[in-house]
Design a protein around this ligand. Structure first.
Ligand SMILES: [Zn+2]
Length: 284
């Protein structure tokens, strides 16, 4: 009986007109799509944060029309002639087709409640937001822009980690981004890192966790290796909620969990705080 019900239910769901309803992967509730969109892609029942695009984050965070995009012309190359189940060059071409030629990060300058910032937002839809040479270069250049303009730097991370198809060239981006951020720190300019679901691998192991302030969206997966790999390595079961934002906050790895609809105001507050502190220092 129960099985029949379930089967009937799933048939019904398949018959639902595409795009009007969607199912929350966390609480299982069937949601009215428009309501979820209005709620910034957060489940109104359980606050599950659906993944949103880089464009959506830019729209969410910055003053309307203030985002000025930089470094769009830097394009990736398949330097190693790499091939796994598909050619890297083909994967790149496919990803670029769906992304208007962009790479896995968008970088630029913007205003957040009138405060000027340098902003980078990673794009998971481009090869899992993986960090290859172009992502590293764009982030390094943006950090340089922040240095020259004496501006705060904000990076919204969403990434599976380093881009394995670029091998060592990809891993080198970890050192490159970290070195640039150290220069920013020397100059007393703030870097605010915003971790979204998921932020893992070489991205979590480099710039994403080097923020002066590290914010995370609720329940975001943040870690280096995945839970399955860790369990196999240490031969132990992991505690519940391991590698989620709440667990990281409890263990002092991040500073604050911020719901998506409070992200803009929280960032604005932090930027103002750092700008005031910097001004006071300069006056002193
Ligand atoms: Zn839900």
């Amino acid at each position: 009986m129960a099985d029949n019900d379930k089967a009937a239910g799933s048939t019904k769901r398949r018959e639902m007109p595409d795009g009007i309803w969607l199912k929350c992967p966390d609480c299982g509730e069937i949601l009215y799509r428009k309501e979820v969109v209005r709620n910034r892609w957060v489940c109104p029942k359980c606050s599950h944060h659906f993944r949103i695009s880089a464009d959506d984050y830019i729209e969410l965070l910055v003053d309307p029309g203030s985002f000025e995009e930089y470094f769009q012309d830097i394009a990736p190359v398949d330097a190693l002639g790499f091939r796994d189940t598909a050619k890297y060059s083909d994967r790149l071409r496919n990803a670029q087709n769906g992304n208007r030629g962009r790479e896995a990060v968008r970088t630029g300058r913007a205003l957040i409640e009138q405060n000027e910032v340098c902003l980078a937002v990673m794009d998971f839809s481009f090869l899992g937001g993986s960090m290859g040479s172009v992502v590293g270069e764009k982030l390094a250049r943006l950090t340089q822009t922040a240095l020259e303009g004496e501006l705060p730097l904000l990076i919204v991370s969403c990434s599976g980690g380093a881009r394995m198809q670029e091998g060592i060239l990809s891993l080198m981006q970890m050192a490159k981004t970290a070195a640039q951020l150290a220069r920013l720190a020397e100059r007393g300019l703030p870097f605010i890192s915003i971790l979204t679901h998921p932020t893992t691998g070489g991205v979590s192991a480099s710039f994403a966790t080097l923020g002066d302030v590290i914010l995370a969206e609720p329940k975001a997966l943040v870690g280096f290796a995945g839970p399955r790999v860790i369990e196999q390595t240490i031969q132990q079961e992991l505690p519940p909620g391991f590698q989620r934002s709440e667990f990281l906050l409890e263990h002092g790895m991040i500073d604050r969990i911020v719901a998506r609809n409070e992200l803009r105001s929280t960032l604005s507050q932090l930027i103002r705080f750092f700008n005031d502190a910097r001004q006071t220092r300069q006056l002193g």
